[in-house]
Ligand binder design. Structure first.
Ligand SMILES: [Zn+2]
Length: 418
């Protein structure tokens, strides 16, 4: 806590908050993680909203008028990038997804989302790819504007707006009620799909999200939804407008079709086989396993950690093993919203603690890796000219991933996040 107060005092005196331009600040932590490696004894010079210089502290002098921030015992790293969130959802053990979509007024959902956005950035996640409003229309576009205009604190957003589903394949569903509002936009076939993709882009979609499969029908069996031709059309329409496509897929066939259609990332992948992950690797499709959502949903259904893992968790382990064996690029994203916003580090912790990944590999993936996959060349690393999105945590997260829970300072575009 004392660092917050210290930084508040120093930068506050320089008028670094609000609309005033941030000044020049030399940050001297115990070490920096630059998005690739640890560098003990290095420092970072920030000028305005950008990083001016990075290097050994002895070689980085603070220019006249600059503020020096001593951050002893802290590691400074690039702002973390959340790969899969839903700011318009809150944990399902508070309110079921169905009830959120069907009964919560839009204003209530947006009001909650403003709090979610603040918690996300305070947790050190300065960018988030938000993958669908789940029935809240284009509210993510407005949220993004409110954050960008400095009205509310929050991460820099990539938004997907409504997302696309094949007619009848998504929810909510109640056997006795027809024509319920849906959690995503239904569209099928050539004309309809092209129009829907363009509508979403017109409203502000940075990425197009498509559900390549879903628990479809009364028995809730996961089945592919769109045909390969439909998925290809979605990708072509989005790509011609400079947008990538993200696919929800948990069946091997849904994943295979999405990969062949040319999506950029596949979310969940629970039923992925070695063969399909090898195809993803070959086609350059990245994998976002959302292990934290699997963990959360299993616990909501009564599983306690330490007990034998339920099928849902076992499937995820099988899929992760195959993905790692195939060498697929990993996206770090927890499907936050299923569990609490601000708890984003849960995905990184579980990847290390339950799935055996090295903390360094997970940190690389959550910073420079996600930035590369999401085409965000201006962040994800600590290097001159990049955005001054920085997080300082106590300890060394490349040794103990749990250090990510000890966030002491967040800068976004050179300004302290309150
Ligand atoms: Zn999701």
């Amino acid at each position: 806590m004392k660092y917050w107060i210290l930084v508040w005092g120093l930068l506050g005196a320089l008028g670094a908050f609000g609309q005033a331009p941030a000044g020049t600040t030399l940050l001297r932590p115990a070490a920096i993680f630059d998005g690739q490696d640890m560098h003990p004894g290095w420092a970072v010079l920030v000028e305005g909203e950008r990083i001016k210089a990075v290097g050994p502290a002895a070689q980085l002098a603070a220019p006249a008028g600059a503020t020096t921030l001593e951050l002893p015992g802290l590691t400074l790293l690039p702002g973390l990038i959340e790969g899969h969130s839903h700011l318009l959802l809150h944990p399902y053990n508070e309110t079921s997804w169905n009830d959120q979509v069907l009964t919560e007024p839009l204003a209530l959902r947006v009001a909650r989302a403003t709090v979610h956005a603040r918690r996300t950035v305070q947790a050190g996640f300065t960018t988030a790819r938000d993958l669908g409003t789940e029935g809240a229309g284009y509210a993510d576009v407005g949220l993004k504007q409110a954050i960008d205009q400095g009205i509310i604190p929050g991460p820099r957003l990539l938004v997907a707006t409504r997302a696309l589903v094949a007619t009848g394949s998504y929810g909510p569903h109640l056997a006795a009620v027809e024509d319920l509002p849906q959690g995503a936009q239904e569209a099928d076939g050539t004309d309809n799909l092209i129009r829907a993709v363009r509508e979403q882009i017109g409203h502000g979609a940075d990425v197009v999200k498509v559900y390549a499969d879903y628990r479809w029908g009364p028995n809730d069996t996961p089945q592919p939804t769109f045909s390969l031709e439909e998925l290809t059309l979605i990708v072509q329409t989005a790509r011609s407008a400079g947008r990538g496509v993200v696919a929800h897929a948990s069946t091997a066939e849904g994943m295979r079709r999405a990969t062949l259609a040319g999506v950029e990332t596949i979310e969940h992948g629970d039923g992925g086989t070695l063969e399909v992950f090898q195809l993803m690797k070959q086609r350059g499709v990245a994998f976002c396993p959302t292990v934290a959502a699997t963990d959360a949903i299993s616990q909501y259904k009564g599983w306690q950690r330490g007990q034998p893992a339920p099928p849902r968790v076992l499937n995820k382990h099988r899929a992760m093993q195959a993905a790692l064996q195939a060498g697929v690029t990993l996206v770090v994203g927890g499907d936050v919203g299923v569990f609490a916003h601000g708890d984003n580090a849960r995905e990184l912790e579980l990847l290390v603690q339950d799935y055996g990944l090295a903390p360094l590999a997970v940190l690389r993936a959550a910073t420079s890796g996600n930035a590369r996959t999401f085409h965000l060349a201006d962040r994800g690393r600590l290097a001159p000219g990049l955005l001054a999105d920085l997080v300082a945590v106590a300890g060394d997260p490349t040794q103990q991933i749990i250090a990510l829970r000890q966030v002491k300072l967040v800068l976004k575009g050179g300004e302290v996040v309150q």
